[in-house]
Design a protein around this ligand. Structure first.
Ligand SMILES: Nc1nc2c(c(=O)[nH]1)N[C@H]1C(S)=C(S)[C@@H](COP(=O)(O)O)O[C@H]1N2
Ligand SMILES: [Mo]
Length: 233
């Protein structure tokens, strides 16, 4: 899909094509759990924030939101980590499997208003990667890239949080191709467009480089509890 930075957010939705157009129509493909939602909406997380952020509703399964998916094969796949680091690295899948593995249960929130509670991810903590490449002091942002022009970025401070991981497993299975195999980012506490699927490059940068959604009218800070859905400028 081609990047057309001059489009409005509405045009972006309309023009993005079949793979991504469903983003504008959440009600058509998610099963809403109304009664359970009411109870869950009142629940609090350990950090005191609402379990379901404002304007979101819980769904039972992870929707496939599409995108320019890759073949998902691990042979030939590489993860390149570069930029403001002392020790740039290119890892293959078995290098990655040799690193410390974690399993994490967390909630994820799509800007189209669905929330999946208790999703279960398996992979490598972003912190493990950052220690391995030795991120330089001047690095302020991490840019994540997938083939086909999909990118997103988060501040380095966000990337150091304990719940940010690179996932190759979901629900105790290998990560399905539609959900980003062989490897995707999971940043649970920001809208899910930050969580780049089919990840191939991680670049540490002094300056931010707003990504695919972020340059089409979506918030760069993307905090679901502040309902930072759109760039208000
Ligand atoms: N490479 C890539 N990553 C992506 C996207 C995409 O189109 N391409 N969509 C994003 C959006 S908007 C969401 S909500 C989640 C959806 O992930 P899922 O399809 O596994 O539910 O992936 C994010 N990561
Ligand atoms: Mo999304």
């Amino acid at each position: 899909m081609k990047l057309r930075p001059k489009m409005t957010r509405r045009d972006f939705m309309a023009a993005a094509g079949g793979s991504i157009v469903s983003i504008g129509l959440p009600g058509m493909f998610v099963k809403v759990m109304n009664i359970e939602n009411q109870a869950l909406a009142a629940e609090l997380r350990p950090d005191g924030r609402l379990r379901i952020p404002p304007g979101q509703h819980a769904v039972k399964e992870l929707p496939s939101m599409g995108g320019n998916q890759t073949d998902g094969n691990v042979s030939g796949w590489r993860l390149e980590i570069s930029g403001e680091v002392e020790n740039p690295l290119t890892l293959n899948f078995s290098d990655l499997m040799g690193l410390k593995q974690i399993t994490q249960t967390c909630d994820v929130h799509c800007v189209t208003r669905w929330t999946l509670l208790d999703s279960r991810w398996h992979g490598i903590s972003m912190k493990t990667i950052m220690e391995l490449v030795r991120v330089k002091k001047g690095a302020g942002f991490v840019i994540f890239e997938a083939p086909g022009g999909y990118t997103s970025s988060i501040p380095v401070d966000e990337a150091y949080k304990d719940n940010v991981l690179l996932a190759h497993g979901f629900s105790d299975q290998a990560l399905p191709r539609a959900h980003g195999a062989p490897l995707r980012l999971v940043v649970p506490d920001l809208y899910f467009y930050k969580s780049v699927k089919w990840l191939q490059q991680i670049r540490f940068s002094i300056m931010d480089e707003p990504g695919y959604y972020e340059s089409h009218g979506y918030s760069n800070t993307a905090d679901p509890w502040k309902e930072e859905r759109f760039d208000e400028n």
